[in-house]
Write a protein that binds this ligand. Structure first.
Ligand SMILES: [Zn+2]
Ligand SMILES: [Zn+2]
Length: 245
């Protein structure tokens, strides 16, 4: 088990000009909590506290609710390619607002508090990982949005815990239609199968932590983990900020 670098938990100081620009922006557009609108921060302590947790008992592999905390029927039938997937929160209430604001409202400043929660969870659970890899967006989608929300989270988690970051550890070969809630698990699996390819020189032999913002059925994480395995990783754990139960 890797010992996390305690100094990695320190906040890095922004360069003076960036701090000045931020101070200016805070005067013109004061931050507001994305969930309740309170002024001062993008996520206020009360809303952070109110985010529902995805607590056990759950399947140790895919983390879906399971009464006795044993391997669920789906994983027993077809074992996922990842060693295990973990999630902090249920995709409800303030969590929905936070995820949505990071993804669509260009509120990249939210990546910090979100990743801080993820890093604290990782430290508590001591998952055996050394390299962070974000779930990639398809090129065109990323160009339209300007950034990949999973990469923002991965960078922050890596920085906080002193883990190495392999941002290009996975590539998206083709775009996939957004995963609709109505479609069944098998259709989702087919939708993303083969959509990713692992970059062997970046991930071979690594104990990867795959990062995404939201997990629905786990089909995307499974396809990513499969691609990473084919690129020779030692292990793959997945961590998402939220999940839909
Ligand atoms: Zn709030
Ligand atoms: Zn399962």
């Amino acid at each position: 088990m890797r010992r996390y670098n305690a100094r990695g938990m320190e906040r890095t100081k922004a360069p003076p000009l960036a701090r000045l620009a931020q101070a200016f922006l805070n005067v013109v557009f004061p931050p507001r909590c994305v969930a309740c609108g309170e002024q001062g921060v993008f996520l206020c302590p009360a809303c952070a506290e109110a985010m529902p947790r995805a607590l056990p008992p759950r399947c140790p592999l895919c983390w879906q609710p399971e009464r006795r905390g044993e391997t669920c029927g789906r994983c027993a039938k077809a074992r996922p390619a990842f060693d295990g997937a973990r999630t902090l929160h249920l995709f409800q209430g303030p969590v929905r607002e936070v995820v949505h604001a990071l993804k669509y409202n260009h509120l990249s400043a939210l990546a910090r508090p979100m990743a801080a929660h993820m890093a604290a969870y990782l430290e508590a659970e001591a998952l055996p990982v050394d390299t962070v890899v974000p779930v990639p967006l398809f090129g065109r989608r990323q160009r339209l949005r300007g950034y990949n929300q999973s990469a923002l989270l991965a960078r922050e988690v890596g920085r906080l815990l002193g883990l190495s970051l392999a941002e290009g550890g996975l590539r998206r070969r083709r775009d996939t239609p957004p995963q609709a809630r109505s479609v069944d698990a098998e259709a989702r699996r087919r939708n993303v199968a083969g959509a990713f390819v692992g970059e062997r020189r970046r991930v071979e032999g690594r104990r990867v932590l795959l990062i995404d913002d939201v997990m629905t059925t786990g089909a995307t994480l499974d396809a990513c983990a499969e691609a990473l395995r084919q690129a020779g990783v030692a292990s793959v754990w997945a961590l998402t900020f939220a999940r839909e139960d």
